[in-house]
Design a protein around this ligand. Structure first.
Ligand SMILES: [Zn+2]
Length: 496
């Protein structure tokens, strides 16, 4: 048995000015890994592709990995990058195989294709009309028909923060292996509802997504091969952004349809609970300060969540609005992760450890899609630490996977330790802090450019959370996003 196993993961924020060339899909730039290098990067990690590899090896299959390409979210994927990744996968399939297992995202938009995953699957099907294709997808999938038409099996993450990527790969992979062994005949049903759930209301700690995902697991316990509800990624102005579901059963198309519709109806009935209302920044800052004042000694930090500018949703990670409010308020004992500013890092490195530096920090990227100019802020501090910025995640999210924030520095104002980075990473993992010598649990405040994923590493250790609406292309204020292509009417852009 020969299996082609590949990864192509990107969540595209069509409002983001951050470019997405091929180099963004590889740690440290260059081409994404293939073959043994891909195996070394992912085997033993918590990624869906790691589950595919484990299942294939356990089944004694020959494994071909033409590419493992994963990038932090950003603007539309450059055509040359997509053609390289899709081309390698299609070339491997063309050499012949018994099945294809793909670790995809589900919300990839390229310069040419609104549905990158559907386009990849269409090309594979044109080469291999009958070969089973199993796909693992992120919960933020924006589902297009082509995915459901060309894949044999689809499984989506059931947790947000995404701590079940491996298990998702297992579900998709097992169903395909059962099909190859003649023990199952997967049949799938998919559908959508016209709603754009706010990311800040999508966490699976919270209702209604907690119940929606619990129902998916219950369906699997009742015999579904895979049941998935996708909350969608709303910072993408494409026709089918938003909520969808896919259910795969063993040869029972009617049951797959009924269960899929049940998930969709459940989400639609709860649509108001998926709406997030932002508070003015001064209100959330004042609240956070009073929470910190009432904080018992020895308790964890108050988290200041800069949720409008998070690279795990395509943010530039260099807007200074929330950090500026922290500096203006004179908050003390703060760690801030992170400001993306490669030029500032080079200045800090040149100055050297211990040097006092005044420089314009952040705000280097304009955001024309939301009509904002980048606004650097002059900050004075000392260079406290310099790092190569590489670490492996501790987990539970993306356990064992390599992260690379590039040359990085800790810039200390005396009150705020600012981590300045040269390559985007989001602080979902504690290792992002420990890599630069900061113990966030000992701080009074921790500023995070994150929305929901930070909960994976730290929610239990935080004393309280202040959700701070700053500026950036991950804004939860839909009025700031000029939607032109998403289908209308859609809730809550339209009253329905
Ligand atoms: Zn996601």
């Amino acid at each position: 048995m020969k299996l082609v196993i590949a990864q192509m993961k990107h969540e595209t924020n069509t409002f983001s000015p951050v470019p997405t060339p091929l180099a963004r899909f590889a740690t440290g730039g260059g081409d994404p890994p293939t073959g043994d290098a891909a195996l070394a990067a992912y085997q033993g990690t918590g990624a869906a592709i790691a589950a595919f590899i484990d299942l294939a090896q356990a089944a004694g299959a020959q494994v071909v990995i033409p590419i493992a390409a994963s990038a932090w979210p950003s603007g539309p994927v450059q055509d040359a990058a997509f053609e390289h990744i899709a081309g390698r996968i299609c070339d491997a399939v063309a050499k012949g195989c018994d099945a294809v297992l793909l670790d995809l995202h589900g919300a990839m938009v390229t310069q040419t294709h609104a549905d990158g995953e559907g386009e990849l699957l269409r090309r594979i099907r044109a080469i291999a009309p009958k070969v089973p294709i199993g796909v693992a997808l992120d919960m933020h999938t924006n589902f297009y028909d082509a995915m459901g038409q060309y894949a044999s099996v689809i499984a989506g993450y059931q947790t947000y923060p995404h701590v079940d990527m491996y298990e998702t790969g297992e579900r998709a992979g097992r169903a395909i292996l059962a099909q190859l062994a003649g023990r199952a005949r997967p049949t799938l049903a998919f559908g959508r509802r016209p709603m754009l759930p706010h990311v800040m209301r999508q966490g699976t700690d919270d209702s209604p997504n907690r119940e929606l995902q619990a129902r998916c697991r219950a369906m699997e316990a009742q015999g579904a091969l895979c049941a998935s509800a996708f909350v969608g990624f709303p910072n993408a102005d494409i026709e089918y952004a938003g909520l969808s579901a896919v259910v795969v059963t063993d040869a029972d198309a009617a049951l797959a349809r009924r269960w899929c519709d049940e998930l969709l109806d459940m989400a639609w009935e709860q649509r108001r609970k998926f709406v997030y209302s932002t508070l003015p920044l001064e209100v959330s800052m004042a609240r956070a300060q009073s929470l910190a004042a009432a904080k018992p000694a020895g308790s964890g930090p108050v988290v200041l969540l800069d949720h409008s500018d998070n690279c795990a949703s395509g943010g530039t990670m260099d807007t200074m609005t929330v950090l500026g409010a922290i500096l203006d308020a004179g908050l003390e004992d703060v760690a801030a992760f992170a400001i993306f500013d490669p030029a500032a890092v080079q200045q800090l490195i040149a100055a050297g450890i211990g040097a006092e530096v005044t420089l314009p920090l952040g705000g280097k990227l304009d955001m024309p899609a939301i009509r904002l100019k980048g606004e650097p802020r002059l900050v004075t501090g000392r260079v406290r630490l310099i790092s190569d910025g590489r670490y492996r995640n501790r987990g539970p999210m993306g356990r064992g996977e390599i992260n690379d924030m590039g040359p990085s520095a800790v810039f200390d104002t005396g009150k705020v330790q600012i981590v300045v980075i040269s390559s985007h990473v989001e602080p979902h993992d504690l290792a992002a802090f420990t890599a630069v010598g900061i113990a966030p649990e000992t701080k009074r405040f921790v500023m995070l450019k994150s929305r929901i994923h930070w909960r994976a590493g730290r929610k239990a250790r935080a004393h309280a959370v202040g959700e701070c609406a700053g500026t950036g292309v991950c804004t939860s204020d839909y009025a700031a996003l000029d939607f032109k292509h998403v289908r209308r009417p859609i809730y809550p852009l339209d009253a329905m």
